[in-house]
Design a protein around this ligand. Structure first.
Ligand code: GLU
Ligand code: ZN
Length: 331
């Protein structure tokens, strides 16, 4: 057993909608990983993209996670020594990290519009979660040229990705090795002043002492960028584990499907939280059958290695085990 509190994990939802079963699966796995190791859990609201986030969603997320039977040791609602636990209240910390990156010569201003980037010859598709690869247009602007452009446009700030390979071992996905330049130089602060997810998440995980990040596999390809930021800021990175997403039979993420399936809907339909927990554990490969269980019941037998490594294809029959009406709807 790890010494009490030496392991620290987190849930980091964005309050831009209600929690759907895909988020709930990642939250349950993160909770089990930390609770099975006697660690501390942090809830952090990632509301940095203020245009997409709303306080009422943050309230619903807290309610829904508690309804499912999850809890946390630190967070916006319970406080703790590493607060604030809401990104919109941590802007000074992001600014300070940005200043250090700037002072180290790791950033440059970019004057391109999204349209310019899309139009750049042969822009290949970038990281799945990040849009097209930035071709590096502004990396070598002369100071005079940058100065001239800054008169008519506020630039975004990009991190100049070093050459070489990034490798890491993911607790679920295994060994990964990628060419650092593959995703292009990425934005750390948008032209409208909003700090990027990549910067904010690294600053927060580092300053909150997070040792273990467990999250959905949609963020696996953001991990190399985050590792580069840890390196540039001189911080020790956490261990990462990315759990497979819930997919429909056509290979689309269930979360993106029209309407999704939210915990709030299941609760309103009269589904018990133990039914949802058992179903999630079954979908993740931790239970042979969707039994009724509480998160506590799963702690003893939890092992990261037991989480399935493949995309979880959710069939209508499987959805029917969650609630009969979901099985029919899909057919
Ligand atoms: N806030 C991100 C999301 O809701 C998750 C960030 C993370 O776990 O690193 O997708
Ligand atoms: Zn540019």
């Amino acid at each position: 057993m790890d010494p009490a509190g030496s392991v620290r994990g987190r849930f980091a939802p964005s309050p831009s909608g209600n929690i759907h079963i895909g988020n709930a699966l990642a939250a349950l796995m993160a909770w089990l990983q930390i609770r099975s190791r006697n660690g501390k859990l942090v809830l952090r609201m990632e509301d940095i993209d203020t245009a997409r986030c709303r306080p009422e969603y943050a309230r619903h997320i807290v309610e829904d996670l508690r309804w499912l039977g999850l809890d946390w040791d630190e967070g916006p609602d319970v406080g703790g020594p590493y607060g604030p636990y809401v990104q919109s209240e941590r802007l000074k910390l992001y600014e300070a990290a940005l200043d250090r990156l700037k002072a180290g010569g790791r950033l440059y201003p970019c004057y391109c519009s999204r349209h310019d980037i899309l139009a750049a010859a042969a822009a290949p598709h970038g990281l799945a979660s990040e849009g097209p690869v930035y071709p590096g247009t502004c990396r070598h602007l002369s100071p005079e040229e940058a100065g001239r452009r800054s008169l008519s446009k506020t630039p975004s700030l990009r991190f100049a990705v070093p050459s070489g390979e990034i490798s890491f071992t993911d607790g679920v996905a295994g060994n990964r090795r990628i060419n650092a330049a593959a995703g292009g130089d990425f934005i750390v602060r948008r032209a409208d002043g909003i700090f990027s997810y990549q910067l904010a998440v690294v600053v927060d995980d580092a300053l909150m002492g997070i040792t273990d990040v467990l999250r959905g596999a949609d963020l696996l390809d953001s991990t190399p960028r985050q590792l580069m930021l840890y390196e540039a800021l001189g911080w020790k990175p956490p261990r990462f584990a990315h759990v497979p997403l819930l997919m429909d039979r056509d290979g689309r993420r269930l979360a993106k499907r029209h309407g999704g399936i939210t915990l709030a809907e299941l609760r309103e339909a009269g589904v018990a939280p133990q039914t949802v927990t058992g179903w999630l554990a079954w979908a993740a490969g931790l239970l042979p059958e969707p039994l009724q269980v509480s998160p506590d019941d799963l702690i003893q037998s939890f092992r990261l290695e037991r989480i399935s490594r493949d995309d979880n294809v959710v069939t209508p029959d499987m959805l029917g085990r969650l609630h009969p009406s979901l099985g029919q709807q899909e057919k």
